[in-house]
Design a protein around this ligand. Structure first.
Ligand SMILES: [Fe+2]
Length: 250
């Protein structure tokens, strides 16, 4: 290929080369092994039911980067104005519920001692708003983000980098309403919808198996309720795909 004609750096690919010494690889692998199970067990114990990483790779993990909103001198001005008015900052990510049932949000960036902003606001059923602030990098919180409305407030004087890992309940008796409304903005449509359909089929198959298993033992009412939910699952799956189609044809 002609790099000059393409206007790209004159580089193709390398042979494999040793980037890490074997000690490093051992450490990474042992951490991976240790934490994959440990993490799932720990988070399940906190939620109170077995949970597992979201089966959809596109929904499983992402990192949010919000750059510091103001320089130090701008911040002094803004704080003065906020004192004069009642002004509170607008969320960087407004009030919403998530597509993924449960999320573990981990702070990756250092939080300065004089941190202003960067809290997550969550709303209780009675309307009260709780403000969660990460004390430092490495702290996490768990949220049933599909149910609890929440909003991310802007970090005014530091960069806020958070890692979000998604989980689903292992037991298919729990409702699960993953959709593609957000993921379609960041992911290739064909691969995303393909993965979504397969995932939803697996989920609904598990629910049908549960129905088959429990139909005699749990009675007609249980069957009716579960069938209603499965019909709602089918509709949810179709509606999610239709909205993706509408987004793409706009
Ligand atoms: Fe969220």
């Amino acid at each position: 290929m002609d790099a000059q004609a393409l206007g790209v750096p004159d580089f193709g690919a390398t042979e494999p080369f040793k980037l890490f010494p074997s000690e490093t690889i051992e450490i990474i692998n042992s951490e991976l092994e240790k934490h994959a199970h440990e993490l799932q067990a720990l988070l399940s114990s906190i939620v109170g039911i077995p949970i597992e990483p979201h089966p959809m790779a596109f929904e499983r993990a992402h990192i949010n980067v919000q750059e510091q909103k103001y320089s130090d001198s701008e911040l002094v001005e803004v704080m003065k104005q906020n004192d004069d008015a009642t002004g509170e900052e607008q969320p960087v990510f407004g009030w919403h519920t998530d597509s993924q049932p449960l999320v573990c949000i981990t702070m990756l960036s250092d939080v300065p001692e004089d941190a202003v902003g960067g809290e997550t606001h969550i709303q209780k059923a009675d309307g009260e708003v709780l403000k969660l602030q990460f004390p430092a990098a490495g702290y996490s919180y768990l949220l049933q983000g599909s149910v609890i409305p929440h909003a991310a407030m802007p970090a005014l004087n530091y960069n806020r980098v958070t890692m979000i890992t998604s989980f689903v309940p292992t037991n298919p008796l729990f409702c699960e309403k993953t959709d593609l409304d957000l993921a379609i903005k960041y992911s290739p449509a064909d691969a995303l919808t393909d993965e979504f359909v397969k995932y939803r089929c697996d989920y609904m198959s598990k629910r049908l198996k549960l129905l088959k298993r429990c139909s005699t033992s749990d009675g007609v009412e249980f069957c009716e309720n579960l069938l209603d939910e499965i019909m709602a699952d089918l509709k949810h799956t179709k509606d999610s795909l239709s909205r993706v189609k509408d987004t793409l044809t706009k």
